[in-house]
Design a protein. Structure first.
Length: 252
């Protein structure tokens, strides 16, 4: 049974990606939805009529969740046609002034979980399958005030580019989507809402459009997909300018 696995499926962009998978990947028959809030996953599962859905209530910051996921893969032996590494968090705050747990959580979820889930899932992916990693415009240049977050997303984008080359021989495509700010729970969870002039100034991306564009980019086998012209332009500027200089302007 052709399976799609989506982390962070309980809200925001992940929930929207789940809703739109059928439009872009009509061959998907089975969904594995992963997040901590099982009740939210069950509600989303109920909307996927005619599909087989497994709700995996896992805390991806806890290494024991990798053991549970590995065991589920071993028992079910799924044919994974799409893996979406979407779960992520970003906390605003100055280094040395915020609690350490929020800093390490970004590393655990944004990097470690994505790396672990990908490594465990790839053996179940064949030619013509796709990985979609959710990165950010923050990956283009370090952003003081959210330094750990931007560094974690730089890893996601770099990992995507390397993995795309590595997995090409296997016929698996790897795509990173790099959205600008979106009005999701991310802003509240990360203490960003009301506390960042930069986030108030920047043009927002609509998660409905980002989800559709990202899925189509994955299907087309593109490596990097940046929604909105303004952020495509920012990516080019960030490539051309020294990062030490640009980072003086990117404080959030
Ligand atoms: N919103 C933005 O401005 C923005 C901009 C660029 C990129 N992004 C990226 O977009 C992705 C989706 O974020 P979003 O904006 O849709 O925010 P969101 O609504 O807060 O979604 C985050 C998702 O990750 C899950 N999650 C959080 N901690 C988890 C954990 N420990 N274990 C398992 N799942 C966990 C959440 O589910 P539970 O709470 O149920 O676990 C939720 O489903 C993230 O990778 C984020 O970095 C966001």
């Amino acid at each position: 049974m052709k399976t799609a696995i989506i982390t962070g499926a309980s809200s925001g962009l992940g929930q929207e990606i789940v809703r739109q998978i059928g439009d872009v990947f009509p061959e998907v028959e089975s969904y594995w939805l992963i997040a901590r809030r099982g009740d939210r996953l069950e509600q989303i599962a109920a909307t996927l009529s005619g599909k087989t859905v497994a709700c995996l209530t896992l805390d991806l910051c806890d290494a024991m969740s990798f053991v549970a996921f590995q065991e589920k893969l071993r028992c079910e032996q799924p044919e994974v046609t799409l893996l979406v590494n979407n779960a992520g968090c970003g906390y605003l705050g100055a280094i040395g002034e915020v609690d350490t747990a929020s800093q390490t959580k970004m590393v655990d979820l944004n990097l470690r979980a994505l790396t672990a889930i990908t490594n465990m899932t790839v053996p179940y992916m064949g030619p013509g399958s796709h990985i979609l990693n959710v990165s950010s415009i923050a990956s283009f240049c370090p952003t003081p005030g959210m330094t750990a977050y931007s560094a974690s997303k730089a890893y996601v984008t770099a990992y995507t580019v390397g993995a795309a080359q590595e997995l090409r021989r296997k016929g698996v495509s790897v795509t990173a989507v790099c959205p600008g700010p979106m009005n999701t729970e991310f802003l509240r969870v990360g203490n960003i809402a009301g506390n960042s002039r930069m986030f108030e100034m920047l043009p927002y991306c609509d998660q409905v459009r980002v989800a559709g564009g990202a899925l189509r980019a994955a299907r087309a086998g593109r490596t990097i997909y940046t929604p909105r012209l303004v952020y495509k332009t920012y990516r080019l500027i960030a490539k051309a300018m020294p990062q030490t200089l640009l980072a003086k302007l990117t404080r959030v």
